[in-house]
Ligand binder design. Structure first.
Ligand code: ADP
Ligand code: ZN
Ligand code: ZN
Length: 756
């Protein structure tokens, strides 16, 4: 028997193998591939004799893809123009693609630990003579606190196993099995009490959902998506829980709950655990491959019926799926940034349709796509227009940064503060408001969506700005590490003391970042307990948990950070939210810049006044008249959406048109430019030949035209027809993908969330 096998490789075709048993579609198999072995999935049986000699499948493995997931993955491969094997690979737990342990994934965490028998500095040259990699590994381990996970060293940092063993044989390091850190999401940590009665608006939403749950199967009235538009603090989570009670408790079916990032939404997670206890599997990023695989099997076998997780939880193998919830559906983290470039919200809508499940997308600031879908009757709207217990939305005040900037003679507002003048980070109004909270023992949240200390370093005498040597972006100064860091490729270099071009020592550190805010706030409010939450302070496994736990227990007076602190947090003692500079993302050359800013401001404002103490929001901006800022001040989503939809009419942008972004990149600028021009020209011919209603814009250099040494050009395909656009994308993928091992790359990003 011949079968077509999809392999996890960036190739859009499948491969033919022979097998002597009768295997079903979805079966997981180990196959030879050139000199290697790969794990793949049978996606079709075939009679067609292949062109080359057929090799036999090596081994038939258990735990294949359930049929409903195979169907979903096929849709993703088609819609997002991605190889089916790659889609399956990213839909299934890592453990199922591990060729070294095809049957039984590991559970223990093997670590390499430095012993006490370390060579003194002087002896190192001798000990590591002709063993450069061993020395590097040794020094790395030292810098990592003396231990590291073996797979991290081998798979991420590319040390060969023999280098690890080399250190062991010298007695400098030993292997060990480390105990897992206790998983804070394991078991329910929340007291189960009776839930308070539903508000009238919650009740109406729950009734509408119940109607869909009971609708006749396959009638379409089950799976047509709902958009739950509820202002911040309106009790959306409670609505999800009531829906799940019917689907899971009453009907015995399963449910998927997607959240943008588990680490940032521990409260939402624990509410589900409080109501459903052991029925809930939480898929968070700190799970080991083995734990993730355990959860996968528990869901597949019906031992757990609810999964709560980020993007990839949409692929949970739930046998009888009754409901899918996508919380904070506007979040761009639902879009995967590498192939397959799927958007979990759109996959959720499709999965609900394929499996006839109820689908709810929830947000206080819905994506314009979903909002538009309610306007054209594709989605059903549910509104929670008020906060719980009639609490008012917080009053929002604006501080106009231009006033002060003029006085200081600086063109670029609060962003132009040198490290010394850090007292100006908070305006007097905001500083007084923080002081009040400190006196009253209430909590403050301060947002600045930019990490590091200063976003660029500039020579005052010649104007030179420090740039990454691999990317066309300025380097960010990180004061704690005394280094300049590239936020695109992670390149680092020591902070400069003088200009390399003109020799001047007069450097200015410009563009305010969270690190600088922290320092300034600490100086202004000595004694205040401050926690900073951004990528730099949350690299540890449970770092988010630890910080948010301190805030919850009242051990923090001021929580400051990037967009991380704007999501879903529900702390009743937070009575003040300050936005240090609202304009950070507003000027990006991206059609979603205004939408992002409006969402961020509205969401962070929503963290204030969630308890009985009331709340206040102060937004510092140099663009107080901008509609994204203005409508956030008045908490008016509908007005914002109406204005933004006008902006996207001409030229048309989503949701008023469909887009695909075609990006070419390579090491040589000219070759990339030529390739972009030639692919674009060929595409235009093809579009004309097929008379496809597709418009081509470009080609042009990307807004960030060089990342990780690669030059980047792109063109946009725009269409009113998803089908026509898909057809052209497939044609490009199949005929224009650079072949061989050349360094030129072409990617197609359908429904892009950003065009940078
Ligand atoms: P949202 O997600 O809409 O911002 P949450 O679901 O976090 O809002 O709910 C806000 C707060 O209101 C939470 O503390 C929640 O426990 C509480 N809450 C939700 N529903 C009710 C209700 N019907 N009665 C009283 N409190 C409620
Ligand atoms: Zn200079
Ligand atoms: Zn870089």
């Amino acid at each position: 028997m011949l079968v077509e096998v999809a392999l996890p490789r960036p190739i859009s075709r499948t491969f033919t193998y022979s097998v002597d048993a009768d295997v079903a579609e979805g079966t997981r198999v180990l196959v030879p591939f050139g000199p290697r072995r790969l794990i793949g999935w049978v996606v079709a049986r075939t009679d067609r004799p292949p062109d080359a000699a057929v090799r036999p499948v090596r081994r038939i493995l258990d735990d294949g893809v359930p049929p409903q997931l195979l169907r979903l993955c096929r849709w993703i491969a088609d819609y997002y123009v991605a190889p089916l094997g790659l889609v399956l690979r990213s839909a299934l737990p890592n453990a199922l693609a591990d060729t070294n342990r095809p049957q039984a994934p590991v559970r223990t965490r093997r670590v390499l630990v430095l012993t006490d028998d370390l060579p003194s500095l002087r002896r190192r040259d001798e000990v590591f003579a002709r063993a450069r990699r061993q020395r590097e590994l040794f020094e790395l381990l030292e810098s990592m606190g003396g231990r590291a996970e073996v797979v991290h060293l081998t798979d991420r940092l590319h040390f060969s196993y023999s280098v690890l063993r080399g250190l062991e044989s010298k007695g400098i390091a030993r292997f060990d099995d480390e105990e897992q850190v206790r998983d804070p999401f394991a078991g329910s940590s929340v007291a189960k009490g009776p839930l308070p009665p539903l508000t009238a608006a919650q009740d109406a939403a729950v009734r509408a959902l119940a109607g869909a749950v009971r609708a006749p199967p396959r009638s379409g009235s089950r799976s047509a998506p709902f958009l739950l538009h509820g202002v911040t603090g309106s009790g959306k989570t409670r609505v999800y829980i009531e829906l799940l009670k019917q689907v899971v408790r009453r009907d015995g079916r399963g449910a998927i709950v997607l959240v943008p990032e588990i680490a940032l939404t521990p409260q939402t997670v624990s509410r589900f655990q409080a109501s459903f206890g052991d029925d809930v599997a939480v898929l968070h990023s700190a799970l080991s491959d083995g734990e993730r695989y355990d959860a996968w099997r528990a869901l597949r076998d019906g031992r757990k019926r609810i999964v709560v997780g980020a993007r990839s939880a949409i692929f949970a193998p739930i046998p009888s799926l009754g409901a899918i919830v996508v919380d904070e559906e506007h979040e761009s983290s639902y879009k995967q940034s590498e192939a397959p470039r799927y958007h979990a919200r759109e996959v959720a809508v499709m999965r609900a349709r394929l499996e006839d499940a109820v689908c709810v997308l929830g947000s206080a600031t819905p994506s314009l796509e979903s909002w538009h879908n309610t306007a054209v009757g594709k989605y059903r709207i549910l509104e929670l227009p008020e906060r719980i217990e009639g609490r008012p939305l917080p009053e929002v005040r604006i501080v106009d940064l231009r006033v002060k900037a003029d006085a200081a003679g600086s063109p670029d507002g609060a962003a132009a503060q040198s490290p010394r003048s850090s007292g100006h980070v908070l305006s007097p109004l905001l500083a007084r408001a923080v002081q009040d909270r400190l006196k009253r023992g209430e909590q403050t949240i301060l947002l600045l969506n930019r990490r590091g200390y200063a976003t660029f370093v500039q020579c005052r005498s010649c104007g030179d700005v420090w740039q990454c040597e691999h990317c066309n972006v300025s380097l960010t100064f990180h004061r704690g590490r005394r280094r300049l860091v590239c936020h695109y490729c992670f390149h680092e270099e020591p902070a400069p003391t003088h200009c390399e071009r003109c020799g001047s020592g007069d450097l200015s550190f410009r563009g305010l970042g969270t690190e600088q805010v922290e320092r300034s706030v600490a100086e202004t409010f000595p004694g205040a307990r401050i926690a900073r939450m951004d990528v730099d302070t949350t690299s540890g496994k449970w770092a988010h948990h630890e910080i948010l736990g301190r805030v919850e227990r009242g051990e923090v007076d001021i929580l400051l950070g990037t967009q991380m602190i704007a999501k879903g947090l529900d702390f009743p003692r937070v009575t003040l939210v300050g936005v240090v500079n609202a304009d950070v993302g507003l000027n990006l050359p991206d059609f979603r810049a205004s939408e992002r800013t409006f969402q961020l401001l509205t969401q962070v404002a929503g963290r204030a006044g969630r308890g009985d103490l009331g709340g206040e929001v102060i937004i510092q901006t140099a663009l107080p008249g901008h509609y994204a800022v203005h409508h956030a001040v008045t908490h008016d989503y509908a007005a914002f959406a109406e204005r933004e939809l006008q902006e996207r009419q001409s030229p048309a942008y989503p949701p008023l048109a469909r887009l695909a972004n075609v990006v070419l990149s390579g090491l040589e600028e000219e070759a990339v430019q030529e390739a972009a021009a030639s692919v674009a020209a060929a595409t235009l011919d093809e579009v004309a030949r097929r008379r496809a209603p597709v418009e081509l814009v470009g080609p042009a250099p990307c807004a960030i035209d060089r990342i990780r040494k690669r030059w980047r050009w792109h063109f946009l395909l725009r269409s009113g027809s998803a089908r026509a656009l898909g057809m052209v994308c497939h044609w490009i993928q199949e005929t224009r993908t650079p072949g061989g091992r050349g360094e030129l790359r072409l990617i197609i990003d359908r429904d892009p969330v950003a065009l940078l």
